[in-house]
Design a protein around this ligand. Structure first.
Ligand SMILES: Cc1ncc(COP(=O)(O)O)c(C=O)c1O
Length: 479
């Protein structure tokens, strides 16, 4: 045996303790002062080049590694911490959950099936989510990386159910003589299509149903598509409703989807990545009514929920069906007395799994769901305020209805063509991004380019949105 034997524990615990305290102090100050910095900063070429240094064979020590983090990484955060970040759909994270992540990593639990504390925490937060969203608490569930993975879990169970679970597991798609068909709105998220592709069905199996003026799936067109496919000898299998589309926050008629699915004996999946959480608010809940009837429901906690990345959840109404899709046997995972926890590997694809449940558990315990409800209502009220400012200005134009927290609008130049409006607003967005004071994103809805503001931000103040409007007007006029 070569001596001395080594370990990754520090030689000097006291120095590491001090470094750890500094890290905590630095990060808390970083979060506290976020408003004083630009939303984001871009790396320049010399900084990029530093990331091409070869793998270190000899370590530089924890102090130096932390210095490198502070110099090379920390100043170039994504931007979503900031009160004026409204691009795509991103949450801010929270200081408490940051600390919870440290505790979880310290424990380094593998939440796979051991009857340990972490296993019970995950079981409990899944039940909490079901309870808060009005879903049966007897449902199967698993925490996953995010909304995309949650849909993959739900749609895997859906596909297997449609073809017969043992058959599809042993014969794959050869078990099914007829092509399965899945249906969602033209506005559904691309992760649904990725799931359908991964499930071996091919995009030809996914029908993108037209939407109405509110950007909600047209249920007449949906029923017609199902009838057409049946008549053609195909096998309609799954309706996917969206609770809060990425583009505009539109919410499909989920009760209508559920009724149609029941009538046609189809699986009903809801992608509620952020919009599912509207269910927390008695005022907003009617918009997502019907979600509780879904066979499977996917949602995030790193969008609304505001927890640090990554965390999402898949719920499946029939716990046994979920397990049948993913269960496994192998001699090296034979049960012992210590295994009595939920075997989360039987609820999704992963075997080894981190303790992402802890940040949710601690944040909810600390704040209570009523606070989340108030924050969701606050974000929606802020979006309505922005929409009012847009409606109140002859120079601005609203591009989509505002249901939840997403506002799509643009600077309007009278007499300009669509192409000119797009070019003008695109340039305006580039200027907003370049000076780093406001970060909305953009989208195109029914052929019309729009600036897109999505408020899943617990730090935004209404005055931030007023400042954005003033800036858009100033940039829009300065042609
Ligand atoms: C409606 C919808 N579904 C799914 C997703 C994907 O979620 P994630 O990025 O957590 O995988 C998003 C992301 O924005 C979304 O808006």
């Amino acid at each position: 045996l070569p001596l001395p034997e080594e370990t990754l524990d520090p030689e000097d615990w006291e120095s590491l303790r001090q470094l750890g305290h500094r890290m905590v102090d630095d990060m808390i100050a970083f979060l506290r002062d976020v408003r004083e910095r630009p939303v984001w900063a871009r790396l320049d070429d010399p900084q990029r080049a530093r990331f091409r240094e070869p793998a270190p064979r000899v370590g530089e020590g924890a102090e130096a590694a932390y210095r490198d983090f502070r110099e090379q990484v920390l100043p170039y955060a994504t931007g979503n911490l900031h009160p004026r970040f409204w691009a795509w759909v991103m949450g801010n994270g929270t200081p408490l959950a940051m600390l919870a992540e440290m505790l979880a990593a310290g424990m380094n639990c593998n939440v796979a099936g051991i009857d340990d504390g972490a296993n019970h925490v995950e079981q409990q937060v899944i039940r909490w989510c079901a309870e808060l969203l009005g879903f049966p608490t007897t449902a199967g569930g698993i925490l996953v990386s995010g909304g995309s993975m949650a849909s993959l879990v739900g749609l895997t169970v859906a596909r297997n159910h449609a073809s017969g679970v043992p058959e599809v597991r042993s014969h794959g798609l050869y078990a099914e003589p007829r092509r399965l068909v899945f249906y969602g709105s033209r506005e559904m998220h691309f992760s649904i299509q990725k799931s359908v592709e991964l499930l071996g069905l091919g995009t030809d199996s996914l029908r993108k149903i037209p939407v109405d003026g509110e950007l909600r799936m047209d249920l007449t067109a949906l029923a017609e598509a199902i009838a057409r496919d049946r008549a053609a000898g195909l096998k309609p299998a799954v309706i996917i409703g969206t609770a809060g589309t990425t583009n505009s926050g539109a919410i499909d008629d989920l009760a209508g989807c559920a009724a149609l699915a029941r009538r046609e004996k189809l699986w009903f999946h809801v992608d509620g990545a952020f919009g599912a959480w509207a269910a927390l608010s008695p005022r907003l809940q009617p918009q997502v009514r019907g979600m509780e009837l879904a066979d499977s429901l996917g949602f995030d906690l790193h969008k609304w929920g505001w927890l640090p990345y990554e965390i999402g959840c898949a719920l499946v109404r029939d716990d046994a069906l979920q397990r049948q899709s993913f269960d496994f046997t192998a001699e090296y995972v034979a049960r012992t007395n210590h295994h009595g926890g939920v075997r989360f590997g039987e609820y999704g694809f992963q075997l080894s799994r981190g303790f992402r449940a802890l940040k949710l558990w601690m944040q909810l315990k600390a704040d209570g769901a009523d606070k989340w409800q108030r924050l969701i209502e606050q974000n929606c009220a802020q979006a309505q305020h922005l929409a009012e400012r847009v409606r109140g200005s002859s120079e601005l134009e609203l591009i989509a209805p505002v249901n939840l927290n997403v506002v799509c609008f643009r600077y309007h130049v009278p007499g300009a063509s669509e192409a000119q409006l797009e070019a003008h607003n695109h340039a305006l967005l580039d200027k907003l991004h370049a000076d780093g004071r406001f970060v909305p994103s953009s989208t195109t809805i029914a052929g019309r380019y729009a600036l897109r503001v999505c408020v899943t931000n617990h730090r935004t103040r209404t005055a931030d949105l007023d400042a954005l409007v003033d800036e858009v007007l100033a940039l829009g006029r300065a042609r």
